[in-house]
Design a protein around this ligand. Structure first.
Ligand SMILES: Cc1cc2nc3c(=O)[nH]c(=O)nc-3n(C[C@H](O)[C@H](O)[C@H](O)COP(=O)(O)O)c2cc1C
Length: 176
């Protein structure tokens, strides 16, 4: 079986982010031939403006995407939208098409019962603009996330675990 590499991108910069925890949890569900890498330097990416040459954090971000067979983005919702840090990073990839044709899964998680659905909808629009490869099952909104984490800081809610596993299976199917 050929080795596969998945890149996880969290839309949250918080050290104890629940979205980052979801990505780390999901990594445990990937089969042995799949390598998971978490991109942890979103805050090192400068503000995007057309014409500025790639440097530092931008180059590392693009290389991480290019080396991955698939990407999983997990994000909170801020003010009904995608966190600016994440949108900014994605904007850097427009001109160079790093995410074009790339299999991507998009997940939002929120302490509210909306599950961050507006951020997810906005993220999916951006991912469409970027030409990512997805199907009808490539997204997941997780509501009431705080209730799904136990005192050991583990995702303990069985339906959420099943939904995360389904995202892994679907992404691997799209990667082929
Ligand atoms: C400035 C700010 C705005 C927020 N706006 C929303 C929002 O519009 N919708 C929502 O579901 N949660 C909102 N939240 C709550 C986040 O979903 C919550 O902080 C979440 O835990 C962040 O994810 P993390 O644990 O991965 O950092 C907001 C939080 C902050 C700090």
């Amino acid at each position: 079986m050929k080795n596969i590499s998945i890149l996880g991108i969290s839309g949250s910069l918080r050290a104890d982010s629940m979205n980052t925890l979801l990505l780390k949890t999901l990594a445990d569900f990937l089969p042995g031939h799949v390598r998971f890498q978490l991109f942890e330097s979103l805050d090192e990416i400068p503000h995007f403006s057309p014409g500025i040459p790639d440097h530092g954090g931008v180059i590392r971000f693009k290389q991480a995407i290019q080396m991955a067979d698939g990407v999983i983005i997990c994000t909170p919702e801020y003010a009904f939208g995608v966190p600016g840090t994440l949108k900014n990073a994605l904007d850097w990839t427009v001109a160079t098409g790093d995410l074009n044709d790339k299999p991507v899964a998009a997940i939002s998680a929120s302490p509210l019962n909306t599950g961050g659905d507006k951020a997810l909808a906005s993220l999916l629009l951006t991912l469409t603009a970027l030409g990512t490869k997805r199907n009808d099952e490539s997204s997941l909104a997780i509501p009431n996330i705080k209730l799904k984490i136990n005192s050991l800081q583990k995702i303990s809610d069985e339906p959420t675990i099943a939904a995360l596993k389904a995202q892994c299976t679907n992404l691997l199917k799209i990667i082929g």
